[in-house]
Write a protein that binds this ligand. Structure first.
Ligand code: ZN
Length: 142
């Protein structure tokens, strides 16, 4: 039998490239709904946050922040800042680079992530935010 389950996760962030590991919360939904085979689609609403995967360890988290500072510096002036004055042009650009969504296949009731691969919400905005991540799980239940 097929099942579709939609869950809204609410996460408070500090902004400024704040990284939040949501892997356990997504896996919990898969188990709670007893979905054995299928697909989890995740989507963050908002144009200054993104979803991706990484090995969450302090060194790599620092490396990612440093890479983004090189690619899309936060102290540079962007056209968006002239237009809106909210000074978060860098936040929008970083979010677009990663994208707002992610899909992870499910088998045997588990997300098919690598051992050192976590799902992260990254908030690039220049201030603390409350984010909503939509988790939609589609698949077969026994
Ligand atoms: Zn803006």
């Amino acid at each position: 039998m097929m099942k579709v389950h939609t869950k809204r996760l609410t996460e408070k962030t500090q902004g400024r490239c704040d990284i939040i590991d949501i892997t356990a919360k997504v896996q919990e939904q898969v188990q709670k709904e007893k979905i054995k085979r299928g697909l989890a689609t995740l989507f963050v609403s908002g144009s200054t946050a993104a979803l991706t995967t990484i090995e969450v360890e302090p060194g790599l988290v620092q490396d990612l922040k440093e890479l983004l500072e090189k690619l899309i510096p936060s102290n540079k002036k962007y056209h968006h800042d002239d237009r809106w004055g909210d000074d978060n042009g860098f936040s929008h650009l970083r979010a677009s680079l990663f994208g707002p969504s992610l899909q992870v296949p499910i088998d045997s009731g588990r997300l098919l992530l690598g051992t050192w691969q976590q799902i992260i919400l990254v908030d690039f905005d220049n201030r603390p935010r409350t984010r909503e991540v939509m988790v939609q799980i589609m698949g077969e239940i026994d």
